[in-house]
Design a protein around this ligand. Sequence first.
Ligand code: AGP
Length: 615
Amino acid sequence: MCGIVAYMGNKDAYPIIIKGLQRLEYRGYDSAGVVLYDGQDVHLSKTKGKVEDLKNKAEASINTVGKLGLGHTRWATHGIPNDINSHPHYSNSGDLVIIHNGIIENYETLKKALQERGYVFESDTDTEVLVNLIEEVKKKEGVKLGKAVQIALNQVVGAYAIAVFDKTKPDEIVVAKLGSPLAIGIGEDEYFIASDASPFIEFTNNAVYLEDEEMAIVRRGKEIKLRKIKDDAIAYPTIQELQLNIEEIEKGGYDHFMLKEIYEQPRAIMDTYRGRLRTEQGIIKMAGIDQNLDKFLNANRIIIVACGTSWHAGLVAEYTFEDLARIPVEVEYASEFRYRNPVITENDVLIAISQSGETADTLAAIKMAKEKGAFVFGVCNVVGSSIARETHAGAYTHAGPEIGVASTKAFTTQITILTMIALKLAKEKGVFSESRFHEYLTELEAIPPKVEKALESNVLIEQIAEVYKDSANCLYLGRGYNFPVALEGALKLKEISYIHAEGYPAAEMKHGPIALIDDQMPVVVIATRKGHYEKVISNIQEIKSRHGKIIAVVFEGDEMVQALADHVIEVPETIEPLSPLLTTIPLQLLSYHIALMRGCNVDQPRNLAKSVTVE
Ligand code: AGP
């Protein structure tokens, strides 16, 4: 995700744009830029880093006067975060300037064609391709900017929210939307354009939210002209009067970033597999794997290193890689692995998992593995992060910035990436038939709506949280693919509610932990109908007979566990290897509600940091 802001009116654009970008930094913060039209010419400043860095650079280097301008804060998808890849981007002539939030999936094809016709590119971004495509259409067809944008966007595959203007005609801004949000704030003789209302809510409550495949010509002193991109049909703007305040909006209307990020998971999982999971064609396309397939197929073993939640995602991957692709895997805490003098050879593949891409222990483990000759692959959420740059290859989760310290969408998108890799290798190794491969692709594609369904239990889960919010301890049990989910659920609870919680393989209870069971001990049991269902039922009965309280996570329609548990939370059924993507959802919500009821700071729990960049 990125944040876009534009202004055209009778005030100075610069302060409005900078403050607007600061309010949108939750959408992305690896680089930022601003362009202003001062009545004569355009002045642009952009930089890697946060909006504060942009402010310092712009005020020291350009004329920040002007009543028209664009601003952008980036969460990189194509091209690492650096000055050149930051937005805004000029067209080759320097007349057009654009900002963009989204992904142009066919940008390489478009770029190649433009290069063949003499266009040159400074950056690695898809956005610079788009602004030059618009320029080429404008020149070739001899049409106005709005028409050129419309023709160009009909050649584009992907998602976008764009704002573009022509410095030779600085009384209009053209905007368009598909898949990424775009709002137009309507003031007195002034227009605001932004990814959400937070940049303009203090100036006006009147806003038009563009629908997908709509574009608008926003002209100084005129009514907004709305069009359908596909067929130029006229659309009529619905002006909404917003009843919002700033604080709410930055969190998208949620009370906390963590809750927002829990609810973003259907979109985040979809964004992570978009362009990679091609069910109709029966393929999974991942450049980092495709270009290094031999290393994975000939590997002696795969070593997974990570910390915390990312380590739990690695544990899920251990089950997936061994069960589906028949490749030996070992999962290591990065902090232990880096110091225990492990045996590593050039026949090993190491997968490093890290949301932030900055975790010191994981980074150190990568460097050690590289020195010993292993091939190192990264799974990160932040483009251009240290780990992303240190590894030989990698695949980004497209979860969007994760602000809450407790990882939620990072976990499910990491599992999505790792499952796609395991499926791809299972197919390449001939372990999977075409039909079995297609079955898995189809089911993975069906996960986002199932996550939506799992989120519908939120009210029930809040009621359960009320019962156990004062517990001193809590146990989490799971088997097979859901053992790592039990560990993750326990981590979520302890790190934001400060209740002591432990996760165990369900069968391990008999080897000690069952001594803890009494009528004060809530036990969360993941008891999906896949895997060792009957054995989990026995574990539940062992706990019941010692008066433990059972909170069970089951597949929809379960009856056996319903008869035994004190509380049952249903999630939609899926195949066992994908069940962690659904069973983790109730555990995230349970920890969120309990922490809230205990008055804890859900987004910034005590003693923690979002990224542990020290040992
Ligand atoms: C999880 O909720 C915690 N925030 C923490 O365990 C985190 O997963 C761990 O520090 C690893 O962070 P990374 O994924 O950014 O490397």
